[in-house]
Design a protein around this ligand. Structure first.
Ligand code: DX5
Ligand code: ZN
Length: 217
């Protein structure tokens, strides 16, 4: 699978989101972090902003929902224009039903795991999903240090995907930079979210190219 780089708008200027989306020309997806101040101790944006962003830009939206009652909310993000919707397994009451609903509405279904959540109990759910997100920081904030203790989990997840002959994408999110992306790629990740390592740089488009080059190395 080709490497994909998904800049996270959490580190962008929220008053200029459409321009910030254009500033990452060459990126594969735009990663949109939705936080509700309950599942994580931070608050960002919701359905109306995703709706406007989907209208304002051509880049597909990868919505990462860090919210409670996600079974109720996730389908609304598909309707708002997200092409991929990620729910946290810790917040979902019926992950299989939810993944099926997201797919039935026409988006890619993805499931995220916080650092302390193991992948093994979810092995049988993998065929229901298009992507697994392994968090490499505790979700809630941009700019945190990469947790390299998550590398074995990335490796195990890739092994499970291969064992079942599946085509799932394996995304990593948190502390991904030119210093850490190679380790993630070596462990089997192929979709890389980067907030501060893209929008914290003078030239975000160049930062995307640099990340891609390192991941492909
Ligand atoms: C954190 C979010 C991330 C965040 C990553 O909970 O899910 O997407 O934007 O930011 P960096 O890349 O700066 O760690
Ligand atoms: Zn995220």
């Amino acid at each position: 699978m080709a490497v994909q780089i998904n800049p996270s708008i959490l580190s962008a200027d929220f008053a200029r989101l459409a321009e910030e989306a254009k500033a990452v020309e060459g990126a594969d997806w735009l990663h949109v972090d939705v936080m509700d101040n309950h599942f994580v101790p931070n608050l960002t944006l919701g359905v109306p902003v995703v709706e406007s962003l989907a209208r304002a830009t051509d880049i597909p939206l990868d919505c990462h929902l860090m919210i409670e009652q996600v079974d109720r909310w996730a389908p609304q993000y598909v309707e708002a224009g997200a092409s991929s919707v990620t729910f946290h397994v810790e917040a979902a009451s019926a992950p299989v039903r939810l993944a099926r609903e997201i797919r039935a509405k026409g988006a890619r279904a993805s499931m995220a795991l916080k650092p302390a959540t193991p992948i093994e109990p979810y092995e049988d759910l993998l065929p229901e999903l298009d992507m697994i997100l392994i968090m490499t920081v505790e979700p809630g904030f941009g700019g945190q240090a990469f947790l390299d203790i998550m590398l074995p989990k990335i490796r195990r997840t890739r092994e499970l995907i291969s064992k079942h002959g599946l085509q799932l994408w394996l995304q990593v999110d948190g502390g991904v930079s030119t210093a850490t992306i190679e380790q993630c790629a070596d462990a089997g990740a192929d979709v890389f979210v980067a907030g501060s390592a893209v929008y914290g740089q003078k030239d975000p488009a160049e930062a995307v190219r640099a990340l891609r080059a390192r991941a492909e190395a």
